[in-house]
Design a protein around this ligand. Structure first.
Ligand code: ATP
Ligand code: MG
Length: 423
């Protein structure tokens, strides 16, 4: 593996702002006599002027040595060489130079071996743009696989032979599409051509790893192209066959048209899918996120919304939950709701006065209801409360204690309940 002649690092690297805590980690390792570099995504992001979302350091020091050098460490994955060092304002993942051996199952290496040579560590990385190392102290950039050139060409290219690299780890084809999407890069022809043949390995990858990459693609401004690439490479059919028809029709543009948040993007993606639950289950999202997506799918803005009365707006917002109204309107507008701007204006106007939308908003609480009906805690209380809510959704002006008591006593009498009678 001959390292190409060193090139002058791009100007962006000279101006790169690396947090002091990260610089301290590099310095401490180097002063103890170990090589240490920033590696992977953070170098790629610094070169392209993006703000890295995490800081990875690769070093000659083995985990025990790293743990000795720093006071606050978490032994994240010592067996794999990774120690998390806590620094002021964040954390740094410090990983020993390593190679991975024996990908028997296409999912994870059977074992890792530590190394003394940085180039071996860079060679195990997936794409040339992710296989650069940078020392911000000296300004030295190590780029043995042409990552800088590929960044300039805006291309995602495997380190080494794409067929072999995808065969080792079936997640890499999806990562290739994810980086092409997020960075708005092309796929190198050999890299792209190797994807369809790697689909059987991709199928073995753990759902959680697939989800993490898929969500990064889904949240990208380039999601429309990303979904197209997933379909054309065969990855979509392997991971989410239910999505294939929707992605082939108009849904790609609809997803791109809504804000870049997980819940609303997923709702836009799944709105026209007959069995969205199967996809949701497979994504194994946090319960909170699932709940949001399910609510958006269960209570979409209906096609007849342009003819809504104000009470219709309140009833819909009550079913959906007021905080979700904005997302639901985004999904509907993206799907081509007629007069979407007028509907949004009406919804905004109706909700601006903060009308009562839940039983908690009622001017009469459970105790008040029991008092009016002359009953103790019993199912009729819940029934009555729901009925009262319907009355105030119809006419919010009814939401005073006096008016609700009056309405409720009429309701109670009609059902043979009256004050003082046993519940
Ligand atoms: P992001 O900015 O989205 O975090 P990243 O490049 O930092 O992107 P990570 O998943 O955080 O991606 O991985 C960090 C680095 O580890 C990568 O840049 C790459 O060098 C290496 N890497 C990660 N996953 C793989 C993989 N499946 N195969 C080979 N190398 C990988
Ligand atoms: Mg990262």
């Amino acid at each position: 593996m001959s390292e190409r002649a060193p090139k002058t690092p791009p100007a962006a690297l000279e101006r790169a702002r690396v947090p002091a805590g990260v610089l301290d980690v590099l310095e401490r390792l180097q002063e103890a006599g170990f090589e240490a570099y920033l590696v992977g995504g953070c170098v790629r992001d610094l070169v392209t002027g993006r703000v890295p979302n995490d800081w990875d350091v690769a070093t000659q020091a083995i985990p025990a040595e790293v743990q000795r050098l720093f006071r606050k460490v978490i032994p994240t994955g010592v067996a794999h060489g990774t120690v998390t060092v806590l620094v002021s304002g964040g954390q740094v993942e410090v990983t020993t130079y390593r190679v991975e051996a024996g990908y028997a199952d296409g999912r994870r290496p059977d074992r890792v071996e530590f190394r003394r040579d940085l180039v071996e560590d860079l060679a195990r990385r997936d794409f040339s743009i992710n296989a650069m190392a940078f020392d911000p102290k000296s300004g030295e950039l190590r780029d043995p696989f042409g990552g800088l050139e590929d960044l300039a060409r805006r291309t995602v290219r495997c380190v080494g032979d794409a067929v072999a690299r995808f065969g080792e780890d079936g997640l890499r084809p999806l990562r290739a599409v994810r980086f092409a999407t997020v960075l708005d890069f092309a796929l190198d022809p050999a890299t792209e051509a190797a994807i369809p043949g790697a689909v059987s390995v991709f199928r073995k990858v753990a759902q959680e790893r697939v989800r993490d990459e898929f969500l990064k693609l889904l949240l990208s401004p380039g999601v429309e192209r990303g979904l197209r690439l997933l379909a054309s490479t065969g990855l979509l059919a392997a991971a989410f066959p239910e999505l294939v028809p929707a992605v082939a029709s108009g849904v790609r543009a609809q997803v791109a048209a809504v804000p870049g948040r997980v819940e609303v993007r997923l709702a836009a993606l799944l709105a026209s899918v007959p069995a969205p639950e199967a996809v949701l289950e497979r994504l194994r999202l946090p319960g909170r996120t699932m709940e949001e997506v399910r609510a958006l799918l269960a209570h979409p803005v209906p096609e007849d919304a342009p003819g809504w009365s104000d009470a219709d707006v309140r009833r819909w917002a009550a079913r959906l939950g007021a905080p979700r109204v904005d997302d639901a309107l985004w999904v509907a507008a993206a799907a081509g709701l007629k007069a979407a701007d007028e509907v949004r204006a009406q919804v905004d106007r109706v909700l601006a006065s903060r009308p009562p939308l839940t039983v908690r908003d009622l001017a009469l609480d459970g105790r008040g209801v029991m008092d009016v009906l002359g009953v103790g805690p019993s199912p009729v209380v819940g029934e009555a409360t729901q009925w009262l809510l319907q009355q105030v959704l119809e006419a919010p002006a009814n939401n005073t204690e006096e008016a609700l008591r009056r309405l409720l006593s009429v309701w109670g009498e009609a059902r043979g309940l009256k004050r003082g009678a046993p519940g």
